[in-house]
Design a protein around this ligand. Structure first.
Ligand code: FES
Length: 104
């Protein structure tokens, strides 16, 4: 198992919102909702659009282009038009550091 990578500082993350980082050459959306931090693939499974530019609410993120919703915990689509999930990654928070496990 590879070591988790530092994605960002917890203080950089909005209380309900997301930001885009690149880890291991992959775009990753780090999101916070309801006090929990999540990491999912940043590319919407419907088209090549950055999910981190969408709205975060109630453990979900909404793609800004056509409004697909994704569950931040599972990556599953919960609103059309997307039908395919996005990848999820394990997150740990250590102090002010958000760490993401890219591979198990
Ligand atoms: S690109 Fe995300 S819903 Fe269409």
């Amino acid at each position: 198992m590879t070591a988790p990578l530092k994605a960002c500082a917890l203080s950089e993350l909005p209380e309900e919102g997301a930001l885009r980082v690149e880890l291991d050459g992959k775009p990753v959306c780090i999101a916070r909702s309801g006090g929990t931090v999540y990491a999912i693939g940043d590319i919407c499974s419907h088209a090549d659009v950055s999910l981190s530019e969408g709205d975060v609410e109630d453990g979900h993120i909404e793609c800004w282009l056509h409004g697909s919703m994704f569950d931040l915990a599972t990556g599953a689509p919960t609103g059309l038009p997307a039908t395919k999930p996005v990848p999820t990654y394990a997150v740990t928070v250590e102090g002010d550091s958000v760490l993401v496990q890219m591979e198990s």
